[in-house]
Design a protein around this ligand. Structure first.
Ligand SMILES: Nc1ncnc2c1ncn2[C@@H]1O[C@H](COP(=O)(O)OP(=O)(O)OP(=O)(O)O)[C@@H](O)[C@H]1O
Length: 305
């Protein structure tokens, strides 16, 4: 059983703190690493794969420090986010290069096995430069799998894939998880993570924001206060009506925007009460728009929760 332990890990680049005192255990099965762009997902994955040392804290595989540890590298496979494939190599050569690097006793057989696993045998003689996005992803996957690692790390593997390629990769990862491998993939899309991961770790602005199964993460996200920008025929009267109702918690009349800013704590009640209150008072609602539906704000709520 392979467990990657991230213990009080920080990583900085000059003045930029990419990862800030994160502690997570990655256990067998599929874990989704969820977070907006720039959250520190790639940095974490690079430390787990031994590409990068932590500035502080420890990243270990079954108790052994991963950085500069050849034994650990043999048990880890990485599918990087970058398209750093050698276009002139054919698929087979590309996968075999990693088999040779790993010093496998029979690199040829290992290459064929890995190509078979990702169903790329038929296209293995074509140069990587002619592959579609999904095929590249699969051949990178074959390269990461060639040494049969217990830990498989994938950085944004679904980026740019069409639905069919996505399904195919999901199936493959599910199989890897069922085989008892420790699989971790990063994504900034909750739905993607939801479909595949039995466990989710959320990273925001370098910090560990939440963890649990997707039900728990969804609940945390939908229970957060929702902010709205409202314009009406009488903002002041509407504010007075809303403030008396428990569905709101914060209200602000914004003279520059000529609008009312509302923080709704009970989303369903708010959606019901707002039109009713306006109707009762003869107020016309002109604009009701959510002002914080960006992924960033959803995630930052999790950090402060
Ligand atoms: N080599 C580096 N030098 C300087 N800053 C870096 C370096 N690598 C990452 N960073 C910074 O660290 C922060 C986290 O970046 P990281 O790539 O880990 O995030 P991410 O969650 O993977 O985002 P994305 O999905 O956009 O790649 C960002 O602010 C990024 O600019």
């Amino acid at each position: 059983m392979a467990v990657v332990r991230i213990e009080n890990v920080s990583r900085w680049f000059g003045n930029v703190v990419a990862v800030n005192d994160v502690s997570i255990d990655i256990t067998p099965g599929i874990t989704g690493l969820l977070g907006p762009n720039g959250a520190g997902k790639s940095t974490l994955i690079h430390m787990m794969s031994g590409f990068l040392p932590p500035s502080d804290g420890a990243v270990t595989l079954d108790g052994e420090v991963i950085w500069r540890n050849a034994d650990a590298y043999r048990r880890i496979g990485l599918v990087p986010e970058t398209e750093s494939t050698y276009e002139f190599l054919d698929g087979r050569e590309f996968v075999r290069a990693n088999a040779e690097l790993q010093g496998l006793p029979d690199p040829g057989a290992a290459t064929e096995r890995a190509l078979e696993t990702v169903e790329m045998t038929a296209a293995a003689d074509r140069p990587v430069g002619t592959y579609s996005k999904g095929m590249r992803q699969r051949v990178k996957m074959a390269s990461a799998l060639v040494h049969d690692p217990a830990v498989l790390l994938l950085d944004e593997p679904f980026n740019g894939m069409d639905p069919r390629q996505r399904l195919h990769l999901m199936e493959l990862l599910r199989r890897m998880g069922e085989e008892g491998r420790t699989v971790l993939f990063s994504s900034h899309i909750l739905e993607e993570v939801e479909q595949l991961a039995s466990h989710i770790e959320v990273i925001v602005a370098g910090r560990h924001a939440a963890s649990g199964d997707f039900r728990r993460i969804r609940r945390l996200m939908t229970n957060r206060p929702h902010r709205y920008l409202i314009r009406s025929s009488d903002d002041r009267a509407l504010a007075a009506a809303l403030i008396a109702d428990p569905c709101t918690q914060g209200l602000e009349l914004d003279p520059t925007e000529q609008a009312l800013k509302v923080e709704a704590v009970d989303f369903h009640r708010f959606a019901e009460r707002l039109p009713a209150l306006a109707r009762e008072r003869g107020i016309r609602l002109l604009t009701v728009s959510p002002s914080d539906e960006s992924l960033e704000s959803v995630f930052s709520y999790l950090v402060s929760a």
